[in-house]
Design a binder for this molecule. Structure first.
Ligand SMILES: [Ca+2]
Ligand SMILES: [Ca+2]
Length: 489
């Protein structure tokens, strides 16, 4: 258990109570605190990313200015369970076989590779950090013993109206409307307050504190004042192309079929499209205010100068684009999510007020935070250390961001292109330099053959079998995958 004494070893015999404070200050210069903020189902509708002209997120925007905003960051998987498992284990879904949801306690039982993993928080704890978390960090909660202190998570996604307002299907949380009356009735508000309190405490070790917010995950219920911030008459609809799916392969339609969700045609016909856009914008503004509570607490605390802050959404979300209100696709709307890394203020080697369009993955968080905090590399990490980008954006970066949705269905995103290849060999290709909405599938155009050959080199070399511990039952394609994995078990 050499690792457990990593920081203590560095301090040597100095750790007497009289000089403990100075000792801790010294330790934190090379081993800063980490505050990790996770926002469920957050797409690029934040002010700093200009994903929607009506987005109002002053707190997330000020965090972005204080560090680096990755405008081309993508989830390892476009669905909560595998995306979070990937961030916390540092392993790709194509290595762990976690393609669908998974119970927290089953992550390390998914397959042999997953069993070897050390959760990000455990790695920090093993190297002398105090760790604490609240809310939705893993898919369900906070995996048992994965943090020293566990503030828990309320069941579900917050208070629910007695009767759904607009959409009522027991297979989904999807519904929208102004509810409940006050912010303090929302679990995200409590999570922010709990985290603020932790930041106000003295800690005798560097800390790693995580806070997992639920909004803008559906139901899009937040108090009326957040709807008032986005008056319905001022709401702009996102770019929408009817019949956009006419040029995608059948398998793309199969894996992205979500029969429990409203379709865009339904929303237009029932005059609900603007209401849904408004409720998602309101949910984002609400969660932004909770993030503000935490950031204000950090700013006022003794930890203000030696704490790195990282904010990420676990994947994006379609708000009507490509005929759906859903995540769970390999397209830009579902893979792209905000990633902000703010360095500790007392380390001037990092850039602030920087935006980068280099393609990166949330998988890169583990090795990046380990490096930022002066811990030894975890050799099993499959992501990339982003610290060189945090120090200068003009470096060479030949990498692509890979998103996986089901075994051997992958999307590769570079600065210019998105290439998708499904398990049956079907393909899509989009050129973002002229088609940021991914409307025109160029995969069959011969002039792009050379481009495709290059993009294919980024596909994962390993495609683990679907783990019998993982499950997703939402459409025929995934129902069959889940059932087959169970039978094989
Ligand atoms: Ca999610
Ligand atoms: Ca199309």
């Amino acid at each position: 258990m050499k690792r457990r004494h990593f920081l203590l070893g560095a301090a040597g015999a100095l750790a007497t109570s009289a000089c403990q404070f100075t000792w801790l200050e010294e330790i934190k210069k090379t081993h800063p605190n980490v505050l990790m903020l996770i926002v469920d189902d957050l797409n690029d509708w934040i002010g700093a990313m200009k994903g929607h002209p009506n987005a109002k997120t002053p707190n997330i925007d000020r965090l972005a200015k204080a560090g680096t905003l990755f405008t081309n960051a993508h989830a390892p998987a476009p669905i909560c369970g595998p995306s979070r498992a990937s961030v916390m284990t540092g392993l790709m879904p194509s290595s762990t076989g976690i393609y669908g949801h998974i119970k927290d306690e089953d992550i390390k039982r998914a397959n042999d590779k997953a069993a070897q993993s050390i959760f990000l928080s455990e790695y920090f704890r093993e190297h002398g950090y105090y760790t604490a978390a609240i809310g939705k960090v893993f898919h369900q909660n906070i995996a048992k013993n994965s943090f020293d202190d566990n503030g828990g998570r309320v069941k579900g996604f917050g208070p629910h109206a007695k009767k759904n307002f607009k959409w009522d299907d027991p297979r989904t949380n999807t519904d929208w409307g102004a509810f409940p009356a006050q912010d303090k009735q929302m679990p995200d508000y409590d999570a922010a307050k709990w985290t603020a309190k932790k930041l106000n405490e003295h800690h005798d070790k560097p800390f790693f504190i995580a806070c997992g917010f639920l909004r803008p995950h559906a139901p899009w219920y937040v108090p009326q004042k957040w709807f008032d911030m986005h008056p319905i008459d001022s709401v702009t609809l996102p770019p929408y192309l009817p019949n956009d799916l006419n040029d995608v392969p059948d398998i793309a339609k199969q894996i992205t079929s979500h029969p429990m969700m409203p379709t865009t045609e339904w929303a237009i016909k029932n005059n609900e499209y603007k209401n849904i856009v408004q409720s998602y914008l309101a949910s984002v503004s609400f969660v932004d205010s909770c993030i503000g509570i935490v950031l204000d607490a950090l700013d006022k605390s003794v930890h203000a100068n030696n704490t790195a802050v990282v904010l990420w959404g676990d994947h994006g979300y379609h708000i009507g684009e490509k005929e759906k209100f859903a995540k769970m696709t390999l397209w830009e709307r579902a893979t792209r999510t905000p990633l902000i890394i703010k360095p500790p203020r007392n380390d001037s080697s990092f850039k602030t007020n920087q935006q980068t369009s280099k393609p990166v993955s949330l998988l890169d968080l583990y090795p990046t935070l380990v490096k930022m905090c002066g811990l030894p590399e975890n050799k099993s990490n499959q992501g990339r250390n982003l610290v060189p980008i945090l120090k200068a954006d003009d470096i060479e970066w030949q990498h692509a961001a890979v998103t996986t949705y089901g075994p051997n269905n992958h999307s590769v995103k570079t600065e210019r292109y998105r290439y998708i290849r499904y398990e049956n060999g079907a393909e899509e290709l989009y050129d973002h330099s002229k088609d940021p909405n991914e409307w025109e599938n160029l995969a069959k155009s011969p002039e792009y053959n050379q481009v495709k050959i290059k993009l294919i080199t980024h596909l994962p070399k390993e495609n683990a079998e679907w783990s019998p511990k993982s499950y997703y039952r939402g459409n025929t394609y995934f129902n069959n995958k889940t059932e087959n994995a169970m039978v094989k078990k």
